[in-house]
Design a protein around this ligand. Structure first.
Ligand SMILES: Cc1cc2nc3c(=O)[nH]c(=O)nc-3n(C[C@H](O)[C@H](O)[C@H](O)COP(=O)(O)O)c2cc1C
Length: 162
């Protein structure tokens, strides 16, 4: 079994590195995946962008045994069922990992535009609760939610399935 991951700003990579260190499995970025590992069992980690787990499509013909997805919120956004359905991974063990985000001003290109639109939408809401205020602050100021304990369910799964 190997770890394969996709990470843009480094939060998912932190989990992949942590998992590799704790399980002694090798971790590869999607684009560094060796060609000769076609049948190898894979635990995949990717970041979520508008509900889509990034990088997963590029390895879907491989032997994926479990999928982890990182986002900024406490729970997968929009919600876990939608992420599972949108990524066609029903039946595969799924783990949400709280990642993080850079301050909006440090993002670039399309990601910055998309997140700015999302921020504007959150700010315009009349029903802002503590969760929405937290999301606004995280996007504006950045946030790092990576914690070792968040990996616990994944480690348990690996120890039973390695
Ligand atoms: C343009 C954009 C769209 C995002 N969409 C989602 C989303 O739909 N659901 C979610 O939970 N997180 C979403 N996020 C948050 C990222 O998934 C989160 O910041 C992730 O931990 C980043 O991982 P990375 O540092 O490995 O790239 C989005 C972030 C950006 C920049």
């Amino acid at each position: 079994m190997i770890i394969v991951y996709e990470s843009k700003t480094g939060f998912t990579k932190k989990y992949a590195d942590m998992l590799a260190q704790k399980t002694k499995l090798k971790a590869y970025r999607v684009k560094e995946l060796p060609k000769d590992i076609k049948d190898e069992e894979i635990i995949f980690l990717g970041w979520i962008k508008a509900g889509k787990i990034q990088g997963l499509g590029k390895v879907k013909k491989h032997n994926i045994k479990a999928v982890c997805a990182s986002g900024t919120a406490r729970n997968a956004e929009p919600d876990e069922e939608t992420v599972i359905a949108r990524n066609k991974i029903k039946g595969i063990p799924f783990f949400y990992l709280r990642g993080g985000c850079l301050p909006l001003k440090e993002l670039q290109g399309m990601d910055k535009i998309l997140l700015s639109m999302f921020l504007k939408m959150l700010k315009s809401r009349k029903d802002k609760d503590a969760k929405i205020e937290e999301a606004i602050s995280n996007i504006e100021n950045g946030f790092d939610g990576v914690r070792e304990e968040n990996l616990e369910p994944v480690l348990q799964w690996v120890s039973k399935n390695k």
